[in-house]
Design a protein around this ligand. Structure first.
Ligand code: HEC
Length: 160
């Protein structure tokens, strides 16, 4: 099943409905009261990933994958490399959004407004690192464990 390609049609509708005059996706990317999400981002609505407790076993596996699957070439937690600082990422995004960014970064930068804005900001396309959905979920648990263990960092996570 290709949920991302389905997003194309849905996105077009959202864009029409949302119209112009909306704030930039990044400015709206923080969880709001209703968790309404950024308009046009199919995966941004709903609770942030870190709103559920981290699975420590998966987080362990995720930490290893983060190192062995090449993520550390571009990402760290607590500082920006060529890619975004991932401290607090599980508090500014939903699990579904992060999963799609990991599994289909090329589609996300085209179809998702948040990812698209980051592409412009970092002037670099994140490559598909070939993770399975299960591996991506473990990496998300690793992000959650990190963010839940460092509340101060996470609270600042979405500041630019
Ligand atoms: C070649 C550099 C590079 C590699 C390797 C890379 N990324 Fe990225 N990543 C980026 C860039 C650049 C972005 C911003 C979106 C874009 O431009 O594609 C990004 C965005 C993200 C985001 C969203 C960040 C946010 O603030 O919302 C997540 C999560 C992420 N990457 C996770 C990963 C994981 C996990 C891996 C390893 C499997 C990985 N990335 C590998 C460069 C990279």
């Amino acid at each position: 099943m290709n949920r991302v390609s389905l997003a194309t049609a849905t996105l077009a509708v959202f864009v029409l409905v949302a119209g112009c005059g909306t704030k930039g996706p990044e400015s709206g990317a923080k969880a709001t009261g209703a968790n309404a999400g950024v308009p046009g981002s199919k995966y941004d609505a709903g609770p942030r990933a870190a709103e559920t407790p981290a699975d420590h076993e998966r987080a362990e596996a995720g930490a290893k994958l983060f190192a062995t699957k090449g993520c550390i070439a571009c990402h760290a937690q607590g500082r920006r490399l060529t890619g975004p600082d991932l401290a607090g990422v599980s508090q500014r995004r939903t699990a579904a959004w992060i999963e799609n960014q990991i599994l289909h970064p090329d589609v996300m930068t085209k179809e998702d407004p948040i990812s698209h804005e980051m592409l412009a900001k970092y002037a670099l396309q994140m490559p598909n690192q070939g993770l399975t959905p299960d591996e991506a979920r473990s990496v998300i648990e690793f992000f959650k464990r990190y963010d839940q263990g460092s509340a101060a960092t996470a609270a600042e996570g979405s500041s630019k």
